[in-house]
Design a protein around this ligand. Structure first.
Ligand SMILES: *Cc1c(COP(=O)(O)O)cnc(C)c1O
Length: 464
């Protein structure tokens, strides 16, 4: 079921119009984050467990969980059945002033498994929207408490943060190489340096010192700005899109203490790290952190349907209550927010975590990945390996001693992933960081297959 290699039902003969599909895929479909002038079609037809089959019959191990969202494998019978069952009831009704039983049940389930005090759930469809909702809720909250604090119009985020691609989320994001051109559209933020345990600040040698250094930097930022800040937004434990940058132990708990000390709301962006990726259901659990907002996306529906959620505390919720004429309601909504088909997939995803004891079963797989990464780290062009649970990054460097990067135009990371894909393992890099983010049900053999493909890719593209 989870790691089945049974592909009898998958397409092995390309569709009759395969040549047309390839052409339309190049010329009609505008792919995200893809240079269409250079795009080589990779067209999937079906999936099962941790594998995907392309339209021309190639079977690939899904090493990136179809962009970080698949959790229990493709075509999981429990999730498939839940969606079928919901289809027998209704596919969609709005949640603007109305509801449906499936979405209500999901909201209650999320509150039950989330860190304490996160008792209210606002649904949207994408991770970025969940962050936008939290940003707006924090902003509106300070206008509606008494006494109101309308001067709180700023946000704090980390320098290499990624929270999505909408204008609000790129404003709190730090990937300036992508988004610099949109600067005139973005609002100002205050940033604190992203903790980095590979390229540590001068004079800092241990993880513990790094933690204290980065918390000190954040505290300075808070001291100067706290009265104008509505919220701090952070990816807990791992900054994913930044290149799988792992935070020093204790950093997240320290951030929580500081936000409480300076009275700033904390938004935990669990869109990538949530739903078991780091070895716990939510990354905040590693350091017993209960934020004011928690944003979920990607794995929420097991990687089946677009759905995201913003969980908020009762303190936040209460500031939005009042009579209609007080206009205190949350001024935000998405047409498909709380979609019942997606909610059915999300409930089934949580059911499978329980029924299959996924988090416990991952432990040997996590250990095997650690072992394999240690071997890979020996390679002269591997500068760093970083792992939390089944989220990992391998950073390639031109020179290990000085930690100098390769010239980015050489596309080393991309070429290694292309090499792996031609050897049966689908991967997508982040620059020169090879990303490992498989479905949580990946088997030990498949971990080996994945790491073998990466090793061979590194040997080929970055010979010792
Ligand atoms: C992917 C991601 C988002 C954005 O989610 P979308 O569904 O792509 O809008 C936000 N935050 C983090 C940490 C992510 O990894």
């Amino acid at each position: 079921m989870s790691d089945s290699t049974d592909h009898e039902q998958s397409a092995s003969v390309p569709p009759a119009d395969f040549k047309d599909l390839e052409r339309w895929d190049r010329e009609v479909v505008w792919h995200a984050f893809t240079q269409m002038a250079e795009y080589e079609p990779l067209i999937f037809e079906s999936g099962l467990g941790c594998e995907l089959t392309t339209s021309d019959g190639r079977v690939l191990l899904d090493g990136v969980s179809s962009l970080w969202c698949n959790v229990h494998g493709h075509r999981h019978p429990t999730i498939d059945a839940a969606i079928h069952e919901q289809l027998g009831k209704v596919a969609h009704v709005t949640n603007l002033g109305a509801s449906n039983s499936t979405t209500i049940r999901l909201a209650k389930r999320l509150v039950d498994v989330a860190p304490e005090n996160l008792n209210h759930v606002f649904f949207a469809s994408d991770g970025a929207s969940a962050i936008e909702v939290a940003l707006k809720m924090a902003f509106q909250y300070y206008r509606q408490i008494s006494p109101a604090q309308p001067q709180r119009t700023k946000y704090i985020s980390l320098t290499r943060a990624y929270h999505g691609d909408t204008v609000g989320t790129i404003s709190v994001g730090g990937m300036h190489s992508f988004y610099g051109m949109f600067k005139p559209l973005m609002f100002d933020i205050v940033s604190a340096p992203s903790p980095d345990c590979y390229r540590m600040p001068p004079g800092i040698e241990t993880e513990e010192d790094a933690k204290n250094y980065y918390l000190g930097q954040l505290e300075k930022v808070l001291q100067e700005n706290h009265n104008e800040v509505a919220a701090l937004v952070i990816e807990p434990i791992v900054q994913g899109a930044a290149g799988m940058i792992t935070q020093p132990q204790g950093y997240l708990a320290g951030v929580r203490e500081l936000t409480q000390k300076y009275n700033v709301l904390m938004i935990a962006d669990e869109v990538a790290v949530g739903f078991g990726r780091t070895g716990k259901l939510f990354a905040c659990e590693h350091e017993n952190v209960a934020p004011d907002f928690m944003c979920l996306g990607k794995g929420l529906t097991g990687g089946y349907m677009p759905m995201s959620a913003t969980l908020a505390t009762t303190e936040i919720w209460n500031a939005f209550l009042g009579e209609h004429r007080e206009t205190k309601m949350m001024f935000h909504g998405h047409t498909y927010g709380g979609n019942p088909l997606a909610a059915a997939a999300a409930i089934a995803t949580l059911d499978v975590f329980e029924a299959e004891d996924t988090l416990a079963k991952m432990q040997p797989t996590i250990a095997r990945l650690t072992e394999r990464l240690q071997q890979i780290a020996e390679h002269p062009h591997v500068g760093d390996v970083r792992q939390r649970g089944l989220m990992a990054g391998i950073e390639l460097v031109a020179d290990k001693e000085s930690k100098t990067n390769f010239d980015w135009t050489e596309k080393r990371g991309r070429r290694i992933c292309e090499h792996a894909t031609s050897n049966g393992v689908w991967l997508r890099p982040l620059g020169d960081v090879i990303v490992i983010m498989p479905p949580l049900v990946i088997s030990l053999e498949q971990i080996d297959q994945l790491c073998d493909a990466i090793e061979s890719g590194i040997q080929n593209i970055c010979p010792a």
